[in-house]
Design a protein around this ligand. Structure first.
Ligand code: FNR
Length: 185
């Protein structure tokens, strides 16, 4: 069975290392997953007032893209030991209006990446905390904290470390099974 997976990248800058990481993950994924990056850079800061009248078109587009996905892969940088504001903003927008949580029930995986040594552990786990209230079953193992991202890619964007490639490939295999298990037949 194939599944549509929304990939959310927590960095909105052009040269994002985490976006490169997301593209590498997409390339490594098994064929049963159809992954697509869903953009968050055009989402105005969440303000419930805007849902009282006409919500911004970008919010409506984003909510529909999440609602249409079978699962979600989060690829996040770390800003000050947490997820970037752009990522949290996207999570909040998808969760409202109240009673219309677009994330609900969708199986998720979290990968964090950083040019530093710790691989964005703080961001990864803060994001997981929010997934609990969003009602998203988040895959526990294998975990993926990808450090030293500045040296991780060759000129074509391929991961240079065979060990990292093997780890992330195994993670995507596990995610495919996770999605299968949490998706209605
Ligand atoms: C950072 N960076 C960072 N890195 C990290 O490992 N832990 C952290 O807490 C932080 N904090 C932080 C705060 C702010 C405001 C910025 C701008 C950056 C560095 C960060 O990992 C680096 O800029 C990455 O390149 C960001 O990911 P993208 O944009 O390349 O995907």
């Amino acid at each position: 069975k194939t599944h549509d997976i929304a990939v959310i990248v927590g960095s909105i800058r052009k040269g994002s290392l985490n976006r490169q990481l997301a593209e590498a993950l997409i390339a490594l994924a098994p064929e049963t997953l159809r992954l697509r990056i869903v953009e968050i850079g055009d989402l105005a800061l969440f303000n419930p007032d805007l849902d009282e009248t006409t919500p911004p078109a970008a919010w409506t587009r984003f909510r529909a893209e999440i609602a249409g996905a079978d699962g979600v892969l989060f690829v996040t940088p770390e800003h000050n030991r947490s997820m970037p504001a752009a990522m949290k903003n996207a999570l909040d927008i998808g969760s409202r209006p109240w009673g219309q949580n677009a994330w609900a029930g969708k199986p998720a995986a979290v990968v964090s990446g950083s040019p530093g040594a710790l691989g964005g552990f703080g961001a990864n786990h803060h994001l997981r905390q929010t997934l609990v209230v969003l009602d998203m079953p988040a895959m526990a193992q294998p975990e993926a904290y990808v450090g030293h991202l500045g040296q991780a890619f060759d000129a074509e964007g391929n991961l240079t470390s065979e060990a990292t490639r093997a780890h992330l490939s195994a993670m995507m295999q596990a995610f495919a099974l996770w999605v299968d298990r949490h998706t209605a037949a």
